[in-house]
Design a binder for this molecule. Sequence first.
Ligand SMILES: NC(=O)c1ccc[n+]([C@@H]2O[C@H](COP(=O)([O-])OP(=O)(O)OC[C@H]3O[C@@H](n4cnc5c(N)ncnc54)[C@H](OP(=O)(O)O)[C@@H]3O)[C@@H](O)[C@H]2O)c1
Length: 289
Amino acid sequence: MRVAVLGATGQLGTDLVAHFAAAGDDVLALGHDDIRVEAADSVRAALGAARPDAVVNTAACHHLGRCEEEPERAFAVNALGARNVARAARELGFANVYVSTDYVFDGRAGRPYTEEDLPRPLSVYGASKLAGEHFTLAASDPVAQAFVIRVSAIYGKVPCRAKGDNFVTMIIRRAREQPQVRVVDDEIVAPPPTAEIARATREIVTAGRPGLYHLACRGSCSWYELTRAIFDLLAIDTPLHRARAADFPGPARRPAYSVLDSRRYHALGRGEMPHWRDGLAKFLSGGAA
Ligand SMILES: NC(=O)c1ccc[n+]([C@@H]2O[C@H](COP(=O)([O-])OP(=O)(O)OC[C@H]3O[C@@H](n4cnc5c(N)ncnc54)[C@H](OP(=O)(O)O)[C@@H]3O)[C@@H](O)[C@H]2O)c1
């Protein structure tokens, strides 16, 4: 399979490139210098030259504050960018995978979100990604099969370029630099390593059943509980205290609960997402790349 990864220099893009290549695919790693998703001519030129069988689009404007300040840019990249790739998929005939987010939900469910749950984004970022999902799925046809894969709280070996870090590496650095650490205990997630997302993404594409998929780890934890597990695994003894999300007001509202249920992926019979504790242990031991 010939696969183009958009956002190839990013946190998830890096692991997608590595995983597809390791599986024997012919991988084209397209960074921001190679393709600007918001520009239809750039998308057509890059993908017309590449002639891929599948495209995985991780390119995003996803810094929450910047999306609130520049909604036009957020929608240009996350929504119209997805539309440009979807149109190219129809013209050129490739499978199109759009990576989306748990932030399409408002966090009120109180139980893991399934693909059937109604989105209700709280932020410009979430709304723009939801629009990108719709453009992607609406263009699906038997050749240009469209997939939307929602992920949440991902962490990889390469820092998230939009945020400059990810939670796991950030909290380890803070624990080494600061006398004590306070972490939010009332936001609940099921954070997966990007290597696990890359592996599952390839399984979803090759299974050939297009549509919407959730990918997250099994179980759930607060950011505080995740930090406790990191400190225990790495024997970090920096004092750790519980905080509330309201103690760290941000530029946009965030869902208080955004655990995603991966059962549609599991039903493909192509593998299972690990428990978040197992994914974390593998990542910290260097085995999740
Ligand atoms: N990080 C998370 O916790 C998280 C959670 C849920 C969902 N997601 C979704 O997962 C995906 C990947 O996230 P990530 O953490 O890997 O992001 P990332 O590290 O910020 O990588 C994004 C990549 O997209 C590129 N890019 C940005 N704007 C672009 C544009 N207009 N045209 C083409 N390329 C562009 C970036 O290049 P430059 O840096 O050079 O601009 C970078 O290579 C995103 O779609 C995001 O919405 C992420």
